[in-house]
Design a protein around this ligand. Structure first.
Ligand SMILES: Cc1cc2nc3c(=O)[nH]c(=O)nc-3n(C[C@H](O)[C@H](O)[C@H](O)COP(=O)(O)OP(=O)(O)OC[C@H]3O[C@@H](n4cnc5c(N)ncnc54)[C@H](O)[C@@H]3O)c2cc1C
Length: 269
């Protein structure tokens, strides 16, 4: 990361407001198209022998004593030496089916999508308050600007965070606040039309860390979930850490802070 002086910002982002005191530039920051990335990961998994069963719901777990030996689904039972709970925002419900507590909860977020524009936003641009917003434990509406252009010319404008369960109602106050803050950073977007908005539910844990690892409370079961607003970027790295944990390989980093049983331990202490 290097600092960018106020008078240099326009060399990076010519349409940003001139009112800024300075900026930070992350040269290694990258963008991915999430659906394309998911498609590539699925293709690679299939090439390595995975069988992908879409439209199949896990309804329970097969057990041999304490040990998890597979899953029960609405299309029949599947036996397995290991089961990985990667159910995203629903990972808590999935864990509950196995009788263990992994508190992954939904955090609603809206994104605004503009009409295709000539190149306007050249990097993923965050307001400094974004980090504080991701780490906040407030339940109410929080907004912090993050703006990025896409190859198609649309500009994606976020972001909001709210703890409202799985409520899919469109919130005009949230959309308005996202737009207001974005215009403060990019005044030239004022006349631009929005094509659509969308919402999603980020999977978060109360301590804002993901859950990655095998579960000592249910041998045979592992979890990888709860990555909040970074689960796409962190997906491949998280899978690597989980494989290391499951195979006993030397861990690339210490994953103790991510252990699935940490919440029950906190209750005991
Ligand atoms: C508005 C918004 C903006 C975001 N921006 C970014 C960003 O810029 N960068 C980034 O990295 N991340 C971003 N995220 C976060 C990212 O989308 C998530 O962290 C990520 O998608 C989580 O991936 P996952 O594989 O853990 O879960 P998911 O992608 O949710 O996958 C879980 C899967 O499990 C399935 N499932 C659930 N229950 C069952 C069951 N009982 N049986 C079978 N299947 C089941 C679900 O159908 C789903 O397909 C954003 C999220 C939102 C909402």
């Amino acid at each position: 990361m290097h600092e960018v002086a106020a008078d240099e910002i326009h060399g990076y982002e010519p349409h940003l407001t001139p009112e800024l005191a300075g900026a930070a530039f992350y040269p290694q920051d990258c963008q991915v198209q999430p659906m394309l990335m998911a498609a590539h990961l699925l293709r690679l998994a299939r090439e390595h022998g995975a069988c992908v069963r879409t439209g199949t719901t896990v309804t329970g777990f097969l057990r041999d004593g304490d040990r998890v030996t597979g899953v029960r689904t609405d299309r029949g039972d599947i036996s397995a030496g290991h089961v990985v709970n990667a159910a995203g925002t629903w990972a808590g419900e999935m864990a509950a089916l196995a009788g263990v507590d992994v508190p992954v909860l939904p955090r609603r977020g809206f994104i605004l999508v503009t009409e295709p524009l000539p190149p306007t936003v050249f990097h993923k641009v965050y307001a400094g308050e974004y980090v504080a917003s991701t780490q906040s434990s407030d339940e109410g509406l929080q907004t912090s600007t993050v703006i990025e252009g896409t190859r198609a010319g649309t500009v994606l404008i976020g972001s909001s965070r709210e703890r409202v369960g799985f409520d899919r109602t469109v919130s005009l106050p949230a959309l308005r606040e996202i737009a207001r803050k974005a215009l403060a950073l990019y005044p030239s977007l004022a006349p631009v039309a929005l094509m659509r908005t969308y919402l999603g539910f980020r999977p978060y844990c109360p301590d804002h860390l993901p859950v990655i690892g095998t579960d000592p409370r249910a041998p045979g079961l592992a979890h990888v979930a709860g990555h909040e607003g970074a689960g796409i970027g962190l997906s491949v790295g998280s899978a690597k850490l989980l494989v290391e944990a499951m195979t006993g390989a030397t861990p690339t980093i210490d994953i103790t802070p991510f252990r699935p049983e940490r919440f029950s331990l906190q209750e005991v202490s």
